[in-house]
Design a protein around this ligand. Structure first.
Ligand SMILES: Cc1ncc(COP(=O)(O)O)c(C=O)c1O
Length: 378
C-alpha cells in the first residue's frame, strides 16, 4: 500500500480531521540529531507537541525535556520518576529544564521540592527564586541575534550580554547557584550566523564568570534547528558541522552542552487528513471549506508564521483556490492561495504534511469544534 492509499484507508476508518503521528519518523529525527551532535544532550521542547506518547517515545530514545509551565513539568516528571532507580543527586536536572525565564511564585513554590534546573534573565526573577525556590540550579538566558528566523525571540527574552556578569554576581550574592548560560536563536533559524554569534556571546559570558571563580559549567543552545519544509531550507547537517567545530574551539571538555529542539523533532512526524465540507466560488476564486482550521490544527498559521501545504488525492488540471476553516469567524482562512485540482467535491479529502509542530499543541475548542483526532502510529 502506498502512502496515499494508507492515508485514505485511515481516514475512512477513523474519520476526519485525522492527525497521524509516525513514531518511526520521530525516532529517526532523534537519532539524526544525536548522530550529528554527539556532545549535546537533547532536551525536547514539549511545547512543540505535548502528546504524552511523543514524550514516551523520546524518553525511550534517551531524550531529556524542556518544559515551560508547571503542568508540562509534572507531565514529564510523573512519567519519568518511575524510571529512576538510582536516586541520583541531579536526577531532575539530567531530565528536565524549566526554560521559561518568567515563572509565577506559586509555580516556583510547587517545584521547589524537585530541585529544578531553571532559566532566568532578570533581577526580579532572582528575588522570586530566592523566596520560593532556592533549591533551583540557575541558567542565565542571554539575548542573542535571531535575524531571519521564522519566529523571533530576542524581543521578549534574554538578558543583555552587558548585564550578564551583574546578574550572575547577584545570584551568588543571594546564595543561589548559577550553573550556566542559555540562548535561543529564534525558531526555524535558517541563518546559521545567529548560532555563531550566540555561541561567541555565551562563551565570553561563561569564561568571564569562571575567571571570577563562579563555577559555571553548562551551555544550553536552545532550539531553532531548521526543518526541511521546502528545498530552500539549509540542512541541519551543515549546521551541525559548524556547531561541533565551534564547541571544540570555545568550550573545554568539562562544559556540558544542552539543546532544546522542538520543531526539529516533531514537525515532520505528523500528517493531517482533512475533508472538504463545503465549496463556493467567491469573486471567481474557488473556496474550499474544510473541517479543520486556524483555531485548530492549523493554529501554526497564526502563532508560528507557518505556511501550510495541501495535496489532493486526485490528479488533473489545477487552479489557485482558497482553503478555509469550519468556524463562523472570517479570520479562519488557512490559505488564500493553494494550487489544487479543479472541481474537488464535498467529501473529498485533503492532506497536509509536516504539521507536527505548534499545531495540535495550540489548538482551541473555538465554536464548539474540538480539533483533529490524533492517531499514533507506533
Ligand atoms: C525556551 C525555548 N526553548 C526551545 C524552544 C523550541 O524551539 P524550536 O521549536 O525552534 O526548536 C522554544 C520555542 O519557543 C523556546 O521558547
Amino acid at each position: 500500500m502506498d502512502k496515499h492509499e494508507e492515508l485514505l484507508k485511515l481516514a475512512a476508518e477513523h474519520g476526519t480531521p485525522l492527525l497521524i503521528i509516525d513514531h518511526d519518523k520521530l525516532r529517526q529525527n532523534y537519532r539524526t540529531f544525536k548522530e550529528h551532535l554527539p556532545r549535546v544532550q537533547c532536551y525536547y521542547a514539549v511545547k512543540a507537541n505535548s502528546e504524552q506518547q511523543i514524550i514516551e517515545t523520546l524518553f525511550e530514545e534517551g531524550s531529556s525535556f524542556d518544559v515551560a509551565s508547571y503542568n508540562e513539568f509534572m507531565q514529564v516528571y510523573q512519567y519519568i520518576k518511575h524510571f529512576d532507580k538510582k536516586e541520583r543527586k541531579h536526577f531532575v536536572w539530567d531530565k528536565i529544564i524549566f526554560s521559561n525565564t518568567i515563572k509565577d511564585s506559586p509555580t516556583l513554590a510547587k517545584i521547589k521540592q524537585y530541585k529544578p534546573l531553571v532559566t532566568y534573565d532578570n533581577s526580579a526573577e532572582l528575588t522570586k527564586l530566592k523566596h520560593h525556590c532556592d533549591t533551583a540550579g540557575l541558567v542565565l538566558r542571554l539575548k542573542v541575534p535571531d535575524t531571519g528566523s521564522q519566529v523571533e525571540m530576542a524581543s521578549k527574552f534574554g538578558a543583555e550580554p552587558r548585564d550578564a556578569q551583574q546578574l550572575i554576581q547577584e545570584a551568588f550574592d543571594m546564595g543561589l547557584n548559577v550553573e550556566g548560560v542559555s540562548f535561543h536563536t529564534g525558531s526555524q533559524c535558517t541563518n546559521f550566523d545567529n548560532y555563531t554569534v550566540a555561541l561567541d556571546i555565551a562563551a565570553t559570558v561563561l569564561h568571564d564568570a569562571r575567571k571570577k571563580g563562579f563555577p559555571l559549567n553548562l551551555v544550553d543552545i536552545g532550539g531553532g534547528f531548521p526543518v526541511p519544509y521546502d528545498s530552500s531550507v539549509p540542512h541541519f547537517e551543515t549546521l551541525a558541522v559548524l556547531l561541533n567545530s565551534e564547541f571544540a574551539r570555545l568550550f573545554e571538555d568539562d562544559i556540558q552542552i544542552l539543546a532544546e529542539p522542538g520543531r526539529f523533532m516533531v514537525a515532520t512526524v505528523a500528517t493531517l487528513v482533512s475533508e472538504i465540507i463545503g465549496k463556493a466560488r467567491r469573486d471567481s476564486k474557488m473556496f474550499y471549506h474544510i473541517n479543520d482550521g486556524v483555531y485548530h490544527t492549523f493554529s501554526g498559521v497564526v502563532y508560528d508564521h507557518w505556511i501550510p501545504n495541501f495535496h489532493a488525492f486526485k490528479d488533473g488540471e489545477t487552479e489557485i483556490c482558497a482553503v478555509v476553516g469550519p468556524t463562523c469567524d472570517s479570520f479562519d482562512k488557512i490559505s488564500l492561495s493553494v494550487q489544487l485540482p479543479r472541481d474537488l467535491e464535498v467529501g473529498d479529502y485533503l492532506c497536509t504534511d509536516n504539521i507536527g509542530a505548534y499545531s495540535n499543541a495550540s489548538s482551541t475548542k473555538f465554536n464548539g469544534f474540538v480539533g483533529a483526532k490524533i492517531l499514533h502510529k507506533k
